[in-house]
Design a binder for this molecule. Structure first.
Ligand SMILES: CC(C)(COP(=O)(O)OP(=O)(O)OC[C@H]1O[C@@H](n2cnc3c(N)ncnc32)[C@H](O)[C@@H]1OP(=O)(O)O)[C@@H](O)C(=O)NCCC(=O)NCCS
Length: 164
């Protein structure tokens, strides 16, 4: 499999937030934003792997400021790093008040997607070509998040001791 450029995985989704996306006070549900992040991450990872993918984990999801009904939500996603079968996708979410044009950074999410075959078994993905300074920085940060995740898992398993 030939390596594929990180730039080719970029995705932009734009959604207009309606009353069905929000609570009675007009604040958009966190779950609505998470679902859209999952969708954007799914598309970016499919563009890289050209395969089916499943969401393995949503590692981090920050909510910086609330999103309101009537705002335009823009989700920008790209594959940050890839390993054997998994890919970390970074998603940046911005909300725009369409009447004033003011744009705010509202969320960041890191989603791990796994390429799977028709039987749902993990399958290898092409390497990622990260070339720009931003792409290289994102790749190295993704590697750190993965190392921390694996170390945490090992510590928890070690703490648990042998299963009876
Ligand atoms: C994700 C899934 C395919 C992994 O299957 P598995 O049998 O654990 O496979 P493996 O142990 O070989 O792991 C495959 C890859 O997934 C990664 N992975 C598995 N669980 C993970 C987790 N909790 N967090 C991050 N990565 C994970 C592994 O690190 C591995 O990556 P690598 O090949 O790049 O090193 C499987 O757990 C699954 O199907 N989960 C349900 C997914 C789902 O229904 N999502 C919601 C709807 S899309």
């Amino acid at each position: 499999m030939d390596p594929r450029p990180a730039a080719a995985t970029k995705v932009t989704l734009i959604e207009w937030m309606g009353v069905e996306d929000a609570n009675t006070a007009g604040f958009v549900h966190g779950g609505t934003v998470m679902k859209l992040c999952d969708e954007a991450a799914g598309i970016a990872s499919i563009k890289h792997s050209r395969s089916r993918v499943v969401t393995a984990a949503m590692d981090r999801m920050t909510f910086l400021t609330p999103v309101h009904v009537g705002e335009l939500l823009t989700l920008k996603a790209a594959v940050n790093a890839v390993w054997r079968t998994s890919m970390e996708v970074g998603v940046r979410v911005e909300a725009e008040n369409p009447r004033t044009g003011v744009v705010r950074h509202t969320n960041t999410a890191y989603v791990t997607m796994v390429a799977v075959d028709d039987g749902g078994r993990p399958m290898p993905v092409p390497a990622l070509q990260a070339t720009t300074p931003d792409e290289l920085r994102r790749e190295s940060a993704a590697q750190l998040r993965r190392s921390n995740r694996l170390a945490e898992r090992e510590q928890i398993l070690a703490q648990r001791g042998p299963v009876q």
